[in-house]
Design a protein around this ligand. Structure first.
Ligand code: F6R
Length: 239
C-alpha cells in the first residue's frame, strides 16, 4: 500500500484527477471504477476543468460505479446516477452506454446484482478503481461484517452510514435503508486502486486501513492484501 500525503483537500483532489487523466491517456479504452460521496467531488471538478481545457478523451472509456441506493430513481437528486451526471458524465464526452450504475429500482434486485457482476466480468475487469472510505471502514457500501468474498449484492446500510449521508437529505429517515454495492471481491479484482481519505473524522479509519488487523469488522482492511493500492490522504486540513 503506497501512502501519498497531501497538504490539503485541493492538492489531493488535483493529484487524484491527474492520476486518472494520465491513465486515460495511456489507455483510451480504460475501465474506470468510480465512487460518489463528498470526498471525490473536487476531483470530478478537476476532471471536468481538464476536459474543457485540454480535451482529454473519454469516448472509449467505460465507467462502472460502486453503488446505488435501493428504491431511488435515476431522476431523484439523491440517486448516484444523478450525482454522476451532475458531477462528471454530463460534462465530458463519455457515451451514456459506457456508463454503468446498478439500478436500485430493478424489479428483481438479486437479478440486477448478478447482471452487474457479469458486466464487470465481461468488461475484462476494472483497470483503475477510485474509492472513498466510511468512518466505519466501508468501501462501496460494504458495511462491517461483509464477507471478503462478496460479489455485487444488496446491503442494509448501517445506521452510522445513514446518519453520515443524511446531510444530503431533509431527515435521516429519508435516507434509504438499502443499497446495491459492488462486493469486496469485485473491488479486489481491480488492477489498480486509488483510495481517497479526507478530513479529521477519517483519521481513525486511515489508521485502521493502513496498519490495523485485516478483519471483516473493518472491510477496507482487505485492501492490505491488494498488490496495487495507492492511498491519497489529507487528514489535517479540509480546505
Ligand atoms: C460511495 C462510496 C462510499 C463513500 C463513503 C465515504 O459511492 O463508495 O464508500 O466513499 O461513504 O463518503 P464521503 O466521501 O461522503 O465521506
Amino acid at each position: 500500500m503506497l501512502i501519498i500525503e497531501n497538504q490539503n483537500y485541493e492538492a489531493m483532489s488535483k493529484k487524484a484527477a491527474e492520476h486518472i487523466i494520465e491513465r486515460v491517456k495511456q489507455n483510451p479504452f480504460l475501465n474506470l471504477g468510480l465512487a460518489t460521496g463528498g470526498t471525490p467531488q473536487r476531483m470530478y471538478e478537476y476532471l471536468v476543468e481538464d476536459y474543457r481545457k485540454n480535451g482529454s478523451d473519454y469516448q472509449n472509456v467505460k465507467c462502472y460505479n460502486l453503488d446505488e441506493y435501493v428504491g431511488v430513481s435515476k431522476d431523484n437528486k439523491n440517486s448516484y446516477y444523478h450525482y454522476m451526471k451532475k458531477n462528471l458524465y454530463g460534462h465530458i464526452n463519455i457515451k451514456e452506454e459506457n456508463t454503468f450504475i446498478p439500478n436500485g429500482m430493478a424489479k428483481c434486485l438479486e437479478h440486477e446484482c448478478r447482471e452487474y457482476e457479469e458486466k464487470l466480468t465481461l468488461s475484462g475487469g476494472i483497470d483503475l478503481q477510485i474509492l472513498g472510505i466510511g468512518e466505519n471502514g466501508h468501501i462501496g457500501f460494504n458495511e462491517p461484517g461483509t464477507p471478503f468474498n462478496a460479489s455485487t449484492h444488496i446491503v442494509q446500510l448501517d445506521s452510522s452510514t445513514r446518519k453520515a449521508n443524511s446531510r444530503y437529505f431533509s431527515t435521516v429517515e429519508e435516507v434509504p435503508t438499502h443499497a446495491i454495492t459492488m462486493g469486496l471481491h469485485s473491488i479486489m479484482k481491480s488492477k489498480e486502486i486509488l483510495l481517497l481519505v479526507s478530513g479529521e473524522n477519517k483519521a481513525e479509519a486511515f489508521k485502521q486501513l493502513t496498519s490495523g488487523k485485516i478483519t471483516t469488522d473493518f472491510p477496507a482492511s482487505i485492501l492490505q492484501n491488494h498488490k496495487n493500492v495507492k492511498v491519497m490522504e489529507c487528514l489535517g486540513l479540509n480546505e
